[in-house]
Structure formats: C-alpha cells, structure tokens
Design a protein around this ligand. Structure first.
Ligand code: THU
Length: 127
C-alpha cells in the first residue's frame, strides 16, 4: 500500500469521527512492518479529557491485533491541511516505532508530505 492510498483510508476513517464538541474530524491509518493496515478516527466525550485521537485509536487497533512495530502513519482532517499529530499521539506512536522509525504522512495542498516521527519528537522520553 502506498502513502497516497494510506491517506485515502485516513480520509475515509475521518468520516466516522464522533466530534459533536469540536466538529474537527480526524482519521488515521497505521501501517505495520507486517504490512497490516489499521484505521481509526477521533471520538469525543462530554467529559472532554476523555477524547481519544484518531492516531491512538488506530494504534490501539493494531496493538489489539498483536502488532507491535509501526512503520508509517497517515493522518487526515477535512478541516486542516498538514494535520500533524498532537504531542500525546507522538509519544504513543513512538512506543511502537519500527527499527526504521515511523514515517508520518500528511496531506498538503501540494501533495503528500512525509516527516520522520523522530523529527516531530526529538529527545523524547523513553525507559
Ligand atoms: N485530534 C486528533 O484526533 N488527533 C490529533 O493529533 C490532534 C487532535 C482530535 C481530538 C479532538 O477530537 C479534535 O481533534 C480537536 O482537538
């Protein structure tokens, strides 16, 4: 699966977002080293802090299926071009980084942008 296709799946996932409070849908598509694909959308809660981002939803599905190494994640929002992941999601993605890192795939007006996770989360916390 190429990065454009992953962005398309992220876009489709964003259509299922549950966002009554922010009206800001996000979709994510994770690719593991085993070639498996998992999608997720954000889902909010009236207790705002309980909101789950699209990226963490997709990562959770991958982990629940036994996957542990992620090599790419595509993120899409119809409300924002270049929808970079929040700090919490960067740290969660890092936990499951593959040996070659994680490519973060984003949609810009000029096409697909790819940013290595390590550039988005330098000197991050690790045990
Ligand atoms: N959101 C995500 O799904 N991913 C991010 O990386 C940033 C924020 C969601 C959370 C909330 O539902 C909405 O976007 C507005 O913050």
């Amino acid at each position: 699966m190429n990065y454009e296709e992953m962005l398309k799946l992220a876009e489709q996932a964003s259509e299922n977002a549950y966002v009554p409070y922010s009206n800001f849908p996000v979709g994510a598509c994770v690719l593991t080293v085993n070639g498996k694909i998992y999608t997720g959308c954000n889902f909010e809660n009236s207790s705002f802090g309980m909101t789950i981002c699209a990226e963490r939803n997709a990562v959770g599905s991958a982990v629940a299926d036994g996957e542990r190494k992620i090599k790419a994640v595509a993120i899409f929002s119809p409300k924002k071009k270049i929808c970079t992941p929040c700090g919490a999601c960067r740290q969660v993605l890092y936990e499951f980084e593959s040996d070659v890192g994680i490519d973060v795939i984003l949609q810009s007006d000029d096409g697909v942008i790819v940013i290595p996770l390590k550039e988005l989360l330098p000197d991050c916390f690790k045990l």
